[in-house]
Design a protein around this ligand. Structure first.
Ligand SMILES: [Zn+2]
Length: 593
């Protein structure tokens, strides 16, 4: 026997029909509390209807029930006005929004049966009561009938979530269940039209089908920013969908969401298992050689080496920050990734040796292959995905001691692989490299301490595959003898002779355009502009360029200078030294003695 007020057997009815299209949930259901538990987030009950039991979560305490008196709570009867049914770990529970205490009941003489485990679906989500929002008056007269005498409204989404990939401005009554993969900082701006200060933030939402960007302004920032924590899952509906502004985002979705006053966002962490942590198609590092230059891809790897962030001068004389990291993966390849501006400053140096996933990097053919993070790119440290756990495990269990190779282009140009052994400058000169009739190539690690030459560039022809020096004519145009053309504006290219030092010796090396750019950090055209108009910026480049160690691939070739035989050292390729790999190589060398 149970209390006569209880809506006997109603739970199996509610839960059994929760996903049926057009079914109307019974209202004013009376259930009894069997058990009560409370944590920071939820008020949890075990509720029964005299026949079955089911868990219930309350967002607010039932009206009139004093929850501080623990002894008093069990066997209380509550009438539930507004609720929905949600699946969790294979079971269903009631999410109770409004309810009231109506008195005490006798404990049931027989223990109610816990409701059977739900079917395999974890994606069913039915707002049972949304179809008939109750007023208090109606509620008092509502019967416990499972059918309410009212025509069945069309239920378009059938209780199943809309897939993110299916969202368009024409999708009506959509409701997505998505994880916040990324949340930006709050940015402030001044409106051009009103002159008022505003604020905004954006998030990337992800589900199994894809990802979409969402933006919130002003009061939405205040209401939702803190709640939309990265990694958490939410059910979102009622927002505007507009065309995506590809300038700010490199997501594939054609549309993006604008959160506004009509938007509903509800935490839904119980759906966590069915929503992926992140969606990304990662290109393994050993496949990079085949990726075309300028392609935008996603990569994941261990940050094998994190360099310091450095300030550089832009064309306009504005300072900006960049930071290089060396990424490695199980393919035993490594690649240099450049981070810019805020992404560079904010990158946590203690994340050296940790997994990092980067979405939105541009591939360049520079020195084999290198990567540059786009302004709209996402850098995610220690992402909580299987791939990351795998990589971290591999790296910590010996992976970090691997002999990593730089990636070379599949075409063979700009090939740069870590050789077994480097030569010191002394070894290169003592072995008379370059003194035979064919050129010799060697690899060495050295620093460039100073640049003596002024204006280390020349005006070059812009015709394809020419690069010959052009001469300015009286008509202000520039003439190339070889191509027999006149051009409006030359392309400045570096030609630079500098002393390179290691602890054994010094040699003079000549660098052409691509190689000089690596340590000067700006193009010859930029440096030419500085020389013309911005003395500070020019000095900054020539004196404060990167004095770190570089690995040089050098071509040594015999030449005659004033009838004297000597060796000319030309830099074929240059790469920042990866200190971890280098010191390990040194240790290996030492151990051989
Ligand atoms: Zn030419």
């Amino acid at each position: 026997m149970s209390d006569p007020q209880i809506s006997y057997g109603v739970l199996s009815n509610i839960i059994g029909h929760s996903n049926d299209s057009g079914w109307l949930a019974p209202r004013g259901v009376v259930l009894q509390i069997l058990k009560y538990k409370r944590d920071e987030k939820n008020i949890r009950f075990l509720l029964h209807d005299g026949k079955n039991s089911a868990p219930g979560f309350c967002t607010e305490a039932p009206e009139g029930l004093d929850l501080s008196d623990l002894e008093n709570v069990p066997n209380s009867l509550i009438r539930i006005q507004n609720y929905s049914v949600r699946p969790m770990k294979g079971k269903y529970y009631l999410l109770i929004r409004t309810s009231e205490y109506i008195g005490k009941g006798e404990f049931p003489s027989e223990a109610p049966t816990a409701l059977p485990v739900a079917s395999n679906s974890t994606e069913i989500f039915s707002f049972v009561n949304d179809q008939h929002k109750l007023t208090k008056k109606e509620d008092q007269t509502a019967s416990n009938d499972s059918r309410h005498p009212q025509s069945h409204p069309q239920k378009k989404s059938n209780g199943i979530f809309t897939e993110i990939s299916a969202l368009t401005p024409f999708t009506t009554k959509w409701r997505i269940c998505a994880r916040v993969e990324y949340r930006s900082d709050i940015r402030t701006f001044r409106s051009k039209t009103s002159g008022n200060d505003g604020s905004l933030f954006n998030i990337t939402l992800v589900d199994k089908s894809g990802e979409i960007r969402a933006t919130g302004f002003n009061e939405i920032v205040e209401t939702y920013y803190n709640m939309l924590e990265p990694g958490s899952v939410f059910v979102i509906s009622g927002a505007r969908i507009n065309s995506a502004n590809k300038k700010y985002s490199n997501l594939k979705h054609d549309y993006e969401i604008t959160l506004d006053r009509n938007t509903t966002i509800e935490p839904a962490d119980d759906f966590s298992e069915s929503v992926p942590k992140m969606i990304a198609d990662f290109t393994p590092l050993d496949k990079l050689a085949d990726v075309e230059s300028e392609s935008v891809i996603n990569v994941i790897g261990v940050a094998h080496n994190v360099y310091d962030a450095t300030s550089q001068m832009s064309k306009t004389g504005k300072e900006y920050t960049k930071r290089d990291i060396i990424l490695v993966d199980k393919s035993l390849f490594m690649v240099r990734v450049t981070l810019w501006s805020e992404t560079a400053t904010k990158f946590d140096e203690s994340k050296q040796g940790h997994v990092v996933a980067i979405k939105g990097v541009r591939v360049s053919d520079f020195n084999g292959k290198s990567l540059s993070v786009l302004a709209s790119g996402l850098v995610i440290n220690d992402p909580e995905i299987d791939e990351a756990y795998n990589l971290q495990g591999w790296y910590q269990n010996g992976g970090l001691d691997s002999n990593f190779k730089w990636i070379s282009n599949s075409g063979g140009d700009g090939k740069f692989e870590t050789p077994e052994k480097y030569l010191t400058l002394q070894e290169a000169t003592e072995n008379r490299l370059g003194m035979s009739d064919t050129p010799d190539y060697f690899i060495t690690m050295a620093v460039i301490n100073r640049i003596i030459q002024r204006e280390p560039y020349y005006p070059a022809c812009t015709q394809p595959n020419c690069n010959k020096k052009v001469v300015q004519q009286t008509n202000e145009k520039w003439r190339c003898e070889k191509c027999d053309v006149e051009i409006e504006k030359p392309n400045y290219r570096y030609v630079l002779s500098v002393p390179a030092n290691d602890y054994t010796d010094q040699i003079w090396i000549s660098c052409f355009d691509e190689t000089a750019q690596v340590f000067l950090g700006v193009s010859a055209n930029e440096l030419y502009d500085y020389y013309q108009s911005n003395d500070e910026a020019y000095k900054h480049v020539m004196e404060d360029y990167n004095h770190n160690e570089y690995i040089f691939k050098i071509k040594a070739r015999k030449e005659f200078f004033n009838n004297v035989e000597r060796v000319r050292y030309q830099v074929v390729n240059i790469h920042p030294a990866d200190f971890i790999t280098e010191s390990r190589k040194l240790l290996d060398d030492i151990q051989q003695y």
